[in-house]
Design a protein around this ligand. Structure first.
Ligand SMILES: Cc1cc2nc3c(=O)[nH]c(=O)nc-3n(C[C@H](O)[C@H](O)[C@H](O)COP(=O)(O)OP(=O)(O)OC[C@H]3O[C@@H](n4cnc5c(N)ncnc54)[C@H](O)[C@@H]3O)c2cc1C
Length: 642
């Protein structure tokens, strides 16, 4: 029997990755050391070892290196706030003396779009400040960067896919797209025609259940006890209607009914209210009369994108993320590929920053510069500009200076570098989620507080694995994999990257470095929603990086080992992005309300005093379009108080 040490050795757990990651950090930190050293090993030899953080992991490179997922310092400040640790009178904040016309809490896409609204509408001399608790803006729209064998690799930390809004639409995302100067056509990595043809996703969702599975080469891994004699992959099982899948005939029939179900009824508000009033499980099993196996099949993707299992989320929520059964039919003709910028929706956040604080992204307002130039951190909070942004600043108390109906100001207290500060604003946009707002806003009206009591936030994990090569997947004829049951996550993929001329990206080739991305939710079917999200958060916050690393390596070795994968040789870096409150979970009634009462999200959208709340979660399903729509709406509401 192998000893734990031998097993760790086989998994490649040890010093190598530490050295490689430190090498990467060193290379970026010294800007060009990579080019000066004739081999990466030469640079590595000069570098002392860095100690990895047991929770955060090995880190990354580039502007986003210090903020992969929720930073530990941010999480700890958030929990101090939740536990009332800042309420002591002894903790008097220093008054900065500043008065802003608008303060925006949160520098994600909602907050950045609110700042864009402010800048467009402000009179000369009016000022706005964004307070953001992480080391860089973007919220969940951030990226991870690696340097592997001299090539720059990028993967999304969270928000990644988008569709180009139609050009002549009057919808806000379309107008913003034009105003920010975001392109509509893109170049992608090319594929050497001498290699066997492979179909790639262009984002990190296409390969998932019910998304665009027939357009990507996917290996479905079945383990012992899952209908196969020996573990292994079935490739592209949906392309021939599950003929090769190890499911019983009646389950196959129901899965196919689910996938190709063509709802032809009217999709009016009455229908939407009806599906908002029941769980997705009930819709599948009671309305469509499908087997519970179908529900089980949807659990991983629903658990990730809706945040909890199909027995607690509404059928409306599943419809919002495009799950089959209520709207468009999936499969062959019903699928299309969404797009993703190299670092996901990070690029949209950077376009906003370029518009609101032009000097903060170096270079011009071109796709190339926005994608590749560094953030000029000194410019973010520079005096004398209409919009400023203060990073590493956790807002811990927001309250009107007196009665909300008549107060002239809102007082805002925040923690930065272990010290407390206070400033004033004539209007406030809370572009942070309810998980934060219900603790931060001290004079939240009771009806808002009651509405927030119906908000449950689920966590999510996104792991980006830098590979030195991915020949093991090429050999198997796949660019993505899905698996079922235990193990880390449920799927992973290598995408075909959008390229920009200024990026020293790796070519798309099985012998070249690439990022393999895992997205996963944490959910427990059968448990009540509140318990699911609390358990899930406890689990993701209490599991060390090392444990996750081991799970990921084990998962990959089990599946890809037979095709030549060697963790010690093929993995060059691992970054884990933990999102403690990734998404609001939509239980039945979340969107339209129950018993004729207004939906909780509608109550939260009601401005009170000088404070308006605008976060993507108020759209139900969170997306970049929902984020900017809510940010704009809240900014417009708050602007009326200036
Ligand atoms: C894992 C994951 C994957 C996703 N994938 C996609 C996708 O592919 N496509 C898509 O369109 N959408 C996706 N989304 C949805 C995503 O939520 C939106 O696209 C959008 O990025 C959300 O922007 P936001 O500003 O509303 O929220 P957030 O990004 O949550 O921004 C809120 C900001 O407020 C800050 N903040 C919170 N509390 C405080 C405080 N007390 N003081 C100061 N600052 C604070 C936060 O740190 C954060 O920066 C995904 C979400 C997750 C979690």
């Amino acid at each position: 029997m192998k000893s734990p040490k031998d097993i760790d050795g086989e998994l490649g757990l040890g010093t190598n990755i530490t050295r490689r990651d430190f090498l990467n950090a060193t290379l970026i930190g010294t800007g060009g050391m990579l080019l000066a050293s004739s081999t990466p090993l030469m640079a590595m030899a000069a570098a002392p070892l860095i100690k990895k953080d047991a929770w955060f992991g090995y880190g990354a490179v580039g502007d986003y290196a210090g903020a992969s997922g929720n930073m530990r310092s941010v999480m700890e400040a958030g929990h101090r706030m939740r536990d009332g640790k800042y309420n002591s009178p002894a903790m008097a904040p220093a008054d900065t003396g500043e008065v802003y016309d608008m303060v925006i809490v949160g520098g994600g896409l909602s907050g950045l779009s609110a700042a864009h609204y402010f800048k467009k509408n402000a009179a000369a001399g009016q000022k706005c400040l964004i307070l953001e608790n992480h080391a860089i803006f973007g919220g969940v729209a951030k990226c991870n960067e690696f340097m592997v064998n001299g090539k720059h690799l990028v993967g999304p930390q969270g928000s990644n896919d988008f569709g180009v809004p139609s050009k002549n639409s009057n919808a806000l995302p379309s107008k913003l797209y034009e105003e920010l100067n975001i392109p509509r056509e893109f170049e992608y990595q090319t594929w050497d025609p001498s290699l066997k043809p492979l179909a790639f996703g262009l984002d990190n969702y296409a390969h998932m259940t019910g998304v665009a599975e027939s357009l990507v080469d996917i290996g479905y891994y079945f383990n012992k006890g899952q209908g196969v004699k020996s573990p292994g992959f079935v490739n592209n099982m949906w392309r021939n209607d599950l003929q090769d899948a190890p499911y019983p005939a009646d389950v196959k029939k129901d899965l196919l009914t689910w996938r190709y179900y063509n709802y032809t009824g009217v999709r009016d508000e009455a229908f939407m209210r009806m599906i908002d009033g029941m769980t997705y499980k009930d819709y599948l099993e009671k309305v469509l009369k499908l087997s519970p196996e179908v529900t089980r099949y949807t659990e991983p993707v629903v658990g990730l994108i809706n945040g909890a299992s199909p027995d607690v989320i509404s059928a409306f929520a599943a419809n919002q993320i495009g799950m089959p059964g209520m709207g468009r039919s999936r499969g062959k003709s019903g699928e299309s590929l969404s797009l993703s910028f190299p670092g996901g929706n990070t690029t949209i956040a950077r376009y906003f920053v370029k518009a609101i604080i032009p000097g903060a992204i170096e270079g011009e307002n071109t796709f190339d510069d926005i994608s590749n130039k560094h953030v000029n951190f000194n410019k973010l909070d520079a005096d004398g500009q209409p919009v400023r942004m203060r990073l590493n600043s956790t807002v811990i108390r927001v309250a009107h200076d007196g009665d909300p109906g008549s107060a002239q100001y809102v007082n805002i207290m925040y923690e930065r570098g272990g010290k407390l500060y206070q400033l004033k604003a004539r209007s406030v946009v809370m572009a942070s989620s309810g998980a934060v707002n219900r603790h931060v806003i001290a004079d939240l009206p009771p009806k808002h507080a009651e509405a927030y009591a119906q908000f449950n936030h689920a966590p999510a994990l996104v792991a980006n694995i830098a590979l030195t090569n991915w020949r093991f997947m090429y050999k198997q004829g796949i660019t993505a994999a899905q698996w079922f049951g235990d193990g880390f996550g449920f799927s992973c993929n290598i995408r075909k990257q959008m390229v920009t001329p200024g990026d020293n990206h790796a070519p798309l080739h099985p012998d070249q470095p690439a990022v393999l991305t895992f997205y996963t939710g944490v959910y427990t079917p059968g448990l009540p929603l509140k318990q699911q999200v609390v358990n899930a958060r406890t689990k993701i916050l209490n599991t060390t990086f090392f444990d996750y690393e081991r799970q990921i390596r084990r998962q990959m070795l089990e599946q890809f080992g037979p095709y030549g994968f060697r963790p010690d040789r093929d993995i060059a870096g691992i970054i884990l992005n933990r999102w403690g409150h990734a998404r609001v979970v939509q239980q039945p009634g979340f969107y339209y309300g129950v018993n004729g009462q207004p939906a909780p999200r509608e109550i939260i959208m009601q401005k009170y005093g000088r404070i308006a709340i605008g976060h993507s979660e108020l759209n139900g399903h969170q997306s970049w379009t929902g984020a900017v729509s809510q940010g704009y709406r809240a900014a417009g509401d708050a602007f009326g108080s200036i």
